[in-house]
Design a protein around this ligand. Structure first.
Ligand SMILES: C[S@@+](CC[C@H](N)C(=O)[O-])C[C@H]1O[C@@H](n2cnc3c(N)ncnc32)[C@H](O)[C@@H]1O
Length: 289
């Protein structure tokens, strides 16, 4: 079928020309330059392109349709089993890398990414600090499905041998030290679900309809409840394993500065906030457990 006829079909789906081009390039695995030269869409790709037109016009996120998302200069495989990595989460990666380069001796430190999803945080950090390596690196998720996606990404980014994927609830798997040994110093990143349960008002329809609930909702009252449990587990882990230092970086919701600050102060922790691109405090470094 002629490319021009196909563009007309795309327009009938109320798609923009750029979206139509992106669909065709992605399905046919060709560049924009190839697209300009392209005259016909071959029969093998007709169905796939039309299916993608339909999904896009239905509000399905492009990342799930194309099965890829850019994050921190890396391309990740993504599908409906994981949250699509967000640009704002790059602040968490930036601040963790700064901390590692200034204050953390990686070979004497273990690293855990909790709620890893696609693995975008952990794998971006490991790639950025290479050739440095942590003594041990782990990526935890309670969803076996999400871990399958993270596994794909460890292969895609050639980091399979550098990180152990762990299915479990927050830090619970690490209390039995034999299975997943930890060094005396620990660096943790976590982008856990933090939206208040059923707080659908502030959420885009495409997020509600397509992204996994298990990656979104963090508790009934504030949404910060899962983080509260996680931070309590950091204290427990420190006591059980007699760790020396734990430094944690978490991403919080746009409206969770007050609730998080109050909680951290009550526990006597030290902390520092970092803003996102809209100047909202979204990342917290927590230490002195
Ligand atoms: C907001 S998503 C973040 C995914 C990824 N880290 C990112 O930044 O794109 C939260 C992830 O935490 C996982 N999760 C939810 N509850 C958890 C729990 N109790 N223990 C471990 N992981 C959990 C979800 O399955 C999901 O993959």
């Amino acid at each position: 079928m002629k490319k021009s006829e196909f563009i007309t079909i795309g327009l009938q789906y109320a798609l923009q020309k750029k979206q139509i081009e992106d669909v065709i390039c992605s399905v046919m695995d060709i560049s924009s330059a190839d697209f300009i030269r392209l005259e016909d869409i071959d029969a093998d790709h007709l169905y796939e392109v039309q299916k993608a037109f339909y999904k896009l016009s239905n509000g399905e996120p492009e990342e799930y349709i194309y099965k890829k998302a850019e994050f921190w200069d890396n391309e990740f495989y993504v599908d409906e089993r994981v949250l699509i990595p967000r640009n704002d989460t790059e602040v968490l990666v930036d601040e963790t890398i700064k901390e590692i380069s200034k204050n953390i001796s990686t070979e004497a430190t273990s690293y855990i990414d909790v709620g890893t999803g696609s693995g975008c945080i952990a794998l971006s950090i490991l790639r950025a600090i290479a050739p440095l390596k942590f003594a041990e690196s782990y990526a935890v998720d309670s969803s076996a499905d999400a871990l399958k996606v993270a596994q794909k990404n460890t292969q895609k980014l050639e980091l399979s041998g550098d990180i152990v994927l762990v299915e479990g609830d927050l830090l619970s798997e690490f209390s039995h030290s034999d299975k997943y040994p930890l060094s005396k110093n620990l660096c943790i990143t976590a982008n856990l679900p933090y939206i208040k349960d059923n707080d659908l008002e502030n959420m885009a329809a495409s997020v509600i309809e397509h992204e996994p609930d298990s990656a979104l909702f963090g508790g009934k009252k504030t949404g910060f409840e899962l983080y509260e449990e996680f931070i309590k587990q950091c204290f427990q882990l420190k006591n059980i394993l007699k760790l020396e230092n734990i430094t944690v970086f978490i991403e919080i919701g746009f409206d969770q500065y007050e609730v998080s600050k109050k909680f951290l102060e009550e526990l006597g922790l030290q902390f520092e906030y970092f803003p996102d691109s809209s100047n909202i405090q979204r990342v917290v470094k927590i230490y002195n457990f």
